[in-house]
Design a protein around this ligand. Sequence first.
Ligand code: CU
Length: 288
Amino acid sequence: MKTKAICSFFVLFAIAAVMISSTPAAFADHAEVTIATSEDAMSPDCGSECYTPSTATVDVGGKVIFSNPTGFHSFTAGTVDGFTPNPTEEFDTGVLEPGQSGEWIATTVGEVPYYCSLHASYMFGTIIVQEAHADEAAEAAEAAEAAEAAEAAEAAEAAEAVLMVTITDSVVDDGTQVDLEFSELHVNYEITATQNGEEIYKETAHSMEMTTSHMVDAIGSDDSPIDIEIVSLGIGPPDAEADWTGPLGSVATSQIVPEFGTIAMMILAVAIISIVAVTAKSRVVPRF
Ligand SMILES: [Cu+2]
């Protein structure tokens, strides 16, 4: 019963969402537009809105209705040069009596100015004829552009991906177990252990999981700590080097000293290196 109620709520929600999302498209259409003469258009008092709206938009193939509720006016396509009317003949309703109307089907994209033949000195309007669904096309283009921008931002973010490694160690028998925890899966990396300026361990590895371990055959001491360095080679399957992504370069270094005991000691979680910063080896790393 409860499930049913929840389901019907979601159905209602979905219907509402569809209605909301389809509404702008419906408003964006200009299949038909009505232009009316203003009530006070018998004198220049009507100002810029002698025809209402004075600028109307219609799709190619759309219908313009010329409405004349009061007074005597015409809708005559053309311009007026001083006192000389220049009709262009797209349409001319002739003088309409109060309550009469006319109509015109737009056929060509463009702007059609018009005037009233009785009040040519002050009564003007413009009809903008546009491709059908021009608004929707513009909207779609805008949406596509936004999507593209989001994608680019995502790509940029991926390029700046951060790879972090936590190095933990513990003394096991007469060696040191170095545990690594990566912030990403499938990290290809090189691990190097150095003691007394001597490289005692070096391996290139791939971490199938977030965590992985290495056994170093030495124990660090105050006098001769072990330095661990992890260098990222890229993230991806081990046999597809060309597709590797992510940060390259030194990701983390740490120094293993024994006085904190043999139990796991979190030494370091450091280094944030973007692809660009391959020179990250010179990065300052906190030492313990
Ligand atoms: Cu008029």
